[in-house]
Design a protein. Structure first.
Length: 68
Protein backbone atom coordinates (compact mmCIF):
# COMPACT_ATOMS: atom_id res chain seq x y z
CA UNK A 1 0.00 0.00 0.00
CA UNK A 2 1.49 3.32 -1.00
CA UNK A 3 1.43 6.49 1.05
CA UNK A 4 -0.21 9.48 -0.59
CA UNK A 5 -1.17 12.95 0.53
CA UNK A 6 -3.07 15.73 -1.18
CA UNK A 7 -1.71 19.26 -0.88
CA UNK A 8 -4.25 21.69 0.50
CA UNK A 9 -4.89 24.98 -1.32
CA UNK A 10 -3.27 27.24 1.26
CA UNK A 11 -0.50 24.82 2.28
CA UNK A 12 3.17 25.40 1.47
CA UNK A 13 5.29 22.76 -0.23
CA UNK A 14 7.50 22.40 2.85
CA UNK A 15 4.48 21.69 5.05
CA UNK A 16 3.18 19.10 2.57
CA UNK A 17 6.58 17.37 2.51
CA UNK A 18 6.68 17.37 6.32
CA UNK A 19 3.19 15.87 6.46
CA UNK A 20 4.21 13.22 3.93
CA UNK A 21 7.35 12.32 5.92
CA UNK A 22 5.32 11.96 9.11
CA UNK A 23 2.83 9.73 7.33
CA UNK A 24 5.62 7.53 5.96
CA UNK A 25 7.21 7.22 9.41
CA UNK A 26 3.82 6.43 10.93
CA UNK A 27 3.24 3.63 8.44
CA UNK A 28 6.57 2.02 9.50
CA UNK A 29 7.44 1.23 5.87
CA UNK A 30 11.01 2.55 6.19
CA UNK A 31 11.71 0.21 9.12
CA UNK A 32 10.41 -2.78 7.15
CA UNK A 33 12.42 -1.86 4.05
CA UNK A 34 15.61 -1.41 6.06
CA UNK A 35 15.14 -4.69 7.88
CA UNK A 36 14.56 -6.53 4.59
CA UNK A 37 17.64 -5.00 2.99
CA UNK A 38 19.93 -7.85 3.98
CA UNK A 39 19.12 -11.52 4.40
CA UNK A 40 19.16 -12.70 8.00
CA UNK A 41 20.05 -16.30 8.65
CA UNK A 42 17.51 -18.20 10.74
CA UNK A 43 18.54 -18.96 14.30
CA UNK A 44 19.55 -22.52 15.01
CA UNK A 45 17.66 -24.51 17.62
CA UNK A 46 20.66 -24.41 19.90
CA UNK A 47 20.99 -20.62 19.67
CA UNK A 48 17.24 -20.06 20.05
CA UNK A 49 17.13 -22.26 23.15
CA UNK A 50 20.11 -20.45 24.71
CA UNK A 51 18.54 -17.08 23.94
CA UNK A 52 15.25 -18.17 25.55
CA UNK A 53 17.08 -19.32 28.68
CA UNK A 54 18.96 -16.04 28.95
CA UNK A 55 15.76 -14.07 28.33
CA UNK A 56 14.03 -15.91 31.18
CA UNK A 57 17.07 -15.34 33.40
CA UNK A 58 17.07 -11.60 32.71
CA UNK A 59 13.32 -11.34 33.26
CA UNK A 60 13.57 -13.17 36.58
CA UNK A 61 16.47 -10.97 37.70
CA UNK A 62 14.57 -7.84 36.68
CA UNK A 63 11.44 -9.02 38.49
CA UNK A 64 13.46 -9.85 41.61
CA UNK A 65 15.09 -6.41 41.80
CA UNK A 66 11.90 -4.59 40.87
CA UNK A 67 10.72 -3.81 44.39
CA UNK A 68 14.02 -2.96 46.08
Amino acid sequence: MKVTIWKNDNESNERAITRFNKKVQGSRKIIKIRSDRYHKKDATKRYARAAAIMRDHHRARKEKTKFY
